[in-house]
Design a protein around this ligand. Structure first.
Ligand SMILES: *Cc1c(COP(=O)(O)O)cnc(C)c1O
Length: 397
C-alpha cells in the first residue's frame, strides 16, 4: 500500500519510487545492472534465500532498485493498490495476469473491442490450455451479470476499446463481478491511472502497455500489472514462475518517461480534442470515435468516470474505398505510418475493426483511420489533415 495516499497524482509522478537507499543522493534511481548478487558468506546466502526477496537483492531475475523504483512509482499512481510487476511488453503483462487467474476448465468474459493480441492469446494459448473465452459487447454494462456462469473466473475490460473507442461501464461490471466472486482485469493503457484510477473503483488488476504513454518516446517496450488489495502475491508468484523480468536499462527509460507523463498527456489531450472537433465538422468525415465527443459510443460514461482524454482516437470516412483512405494517409507529412502510439510524435494507420470482432457488428459508413496525436503544433497537424482529406476527395473522382 502506498504511504502517499494524501498527495495528488501530478506530485506522485515526481516523487514516486525515489527512495534514498536506491538513489544514493542523485535524483533518478540509477541503472543497477545485475545478474549475480554476491553475499558476504554462506550464512548470508542462506538467510537471504530463505526470506521474502521483495525489494531485496537476491538474483538478477528478481530485479534491482531500478525496476523496483519504477514498479513502486506505478503502484503509487493507483490509490489503494498493493503492488506492481513489470513485463517486457504490454502483451507479456496481459499473459502473466491471465495465467495468474485462469486454470483448465475456467471461462473468461472478454470485451469484443479488446486489443487484438489479447484476443489472440485467449483464442490460441488459453484455449489450448482448456480455458474458454466468451466475447461480450463493450456497451453491455450491468447486463454482464447474465453472462456470468459457474465457470466464469475473469471479466476482462478494455475501456475505451481498441480501434473503436467504446467506453465501458466499469463500475457496473465490477459490481456484477463482485456479486459473483469473479476477478476483474482492465487494460487501462489509454487512460493511464492519471485519467482513470481503477483500483479504487474495485478493479482487481490494472494492466498498462508502458510502451505507450509511460515510456512516451517510442524507444522502449514494457508492460505492467498493478494489483489491488490482496492480489499481488499471486501475480508475483506466477510472474516469477514464468521468469519475467525487464532490463534495468529499459526500466530506467520508462521511469524517465513517467516523470513527464502528466504534462505530455495534457498536451496530447488538448491537441487531440481540437483535431477531433475539427474533423467532426468536415463533410469528408462520417463519425469521430473519440470518447470526449458525443458521436462516440459510451461518451456519457466517459464524462461520468474519466478525468480527461488521451491523444488516440479514430475517425470514419464518409464512404470511399481503401485506395481513397490510403491516398489520405500517404499524403500526410507530420503523421508517421506505424504501429504503437503514446510517443511524442503523431501517427496515422488504416484500421479494419470488423476483422477483430466476434459478437458486435457495427456498420461504419466508410473506412476507418486511427490517429495518435503527438506533441507537434496542432495547427500544423490540422493543415496536414486538410491536405489528406483533399487527397481522399480527389480519389473519389
Ligand atoms: C500496445 C497495446 C498493448 C500491448 O503493448 P505492447 O507493449 O505493444 O506489447 C496492449 N493493450 C493496448 C490497448 C495497446 O494499445
Amino acid at each position: 500500500m502506498s504511504d502517499h495516499d494524501d498527495i495528488r497524482p501530478a506530485t506522485r509522478l515526481v516523487t514516486g519510487g525515489r527512495r534514498a537507499e536506491w538513489t544514493a543522493g542523485v535524483v533518478n534511481t540509477p541503472v543497477w545492472r545485475a545478474s549475480t548478487i554476491l553475499y558476504d558468506d554462506v550464512a548470508h546466502l542462506r538467510t537471504t534465500g530463505a526470506r521474502d526477496t521483495h525489494h531485496r537483492l537476491f538474483y538478477g531475475r528478481r530485479g534491482t532498485p531500478t525496476q523496483w523504483s519504477l514498479a513502486d512509482a506505478l503502484t503509487e499512481l493507483e490509490p489503494g493498490a498493493e503492488g506492481t510487476f513489470l513485463y517486457p511488453s504490454g502483451v507479456a503483462a496481459v499473459a502473466a495476469c491471465l495465467l495468474t487467474l485462469l486454470s483448465p476448465g475456467d471461462e473468461m468474459l472478454l470485451v469484443d473491442s479488446a486489443y487484438d493480441p489479447t484476443r489472440g492469446l485467449s483464442d490460441k494459448l488459453l484455449a489450448r490450455m482448456g480455458v474458454t473465452t466468451r466475447y461480450y459487447d463493450p456497451l453491455i454494462g450491468a447486463g454482464i451479470a447474465d453472462l456470468i456462469g459457474e465457470r466464469t473466473r475473469v471479466i476482462f475490460i478494455e475501456s475505451p476499446g481498441s480501434l473503436t473507442f467504446e467506453v465501458q461501464d466499469v463500475p457496473a461490471i465490477v459490481a456484477a463481478a463482485k456479486a459473483r466472486g469473479v476477478a476483474t482485469v482492465i487494460d487501462n493503457t489509454w487512460a493511464t491511472p492519471l485519467l482513470f484510477p481503477v483500483v479504487e473503483r474495485g478493479v482487481d488488476y490494472s494492466i498498462l502497455a508502458c510502451t505507450k504513454y509511460i515510456g512516451g518516446h517510442s524507444d522502449v517496450m514494457m508492460g505492467s500489472v498493478t494489483a489491488g488489495p490482496g492480489r499481488f502475491a499471486a501475480l508475483r508468484d506466477t510472474s516469477f514462475q514464468l521468469g519475467q523480468v525487464v532490463s534495468a536499462d529499459d526500466a530506467y527509460l520508462a521511469a524517465r518517461g513517467l516523470r513527464t507523463m502528466g504534462v505530455r498527456l495534457e498536451r496530447h489531450e488538448a491537441s487531440a480534442m481540437r483535431i477531433a472537433q475539427w474533423l467532426a465538422t468536415r463533410p469528408e468525415v462520417a463519425q469521430v470515435l473519440h470518447p470526449a465527443l458525443p458521436s462516440c459510443p459510451g461518451h456519457d460514461i466517459w464524462k461520468r468516470d474519466f478525468k480527461g482524454a488521451a491523444g488516440l482516437f479514430s475517425f470514419v470516412l464518409a464512404g470511399g474505398d481503401d485506395a481513397a483512405r490510403t491516398a489520405l494517409i500517404d499524403t500526410l507529412d507530420h503523421f508517421g505510418i506505424g504501429y504503437s502510439w503514446g510517443g511524442f510524435e503523431s501517427l496515422a494507420i488504416p484500421v479494419d475493426p470488423q476483422r477483430h470482432r466476434s459478437v458486435t457488428d457495427r456498420a461504419f459508413a466508410g473506412p476507418v483511420v486511427r490517429l495518435q496525436i503527438g506533441l507537434e503544433d496542432a495547427d500544423d497537424l490540422i493543415a496536414d489533415l486538410e491536405r489528406g482529406l483533399a487527397a481522399w476527395r480527389a480519389a473519389q473522382a
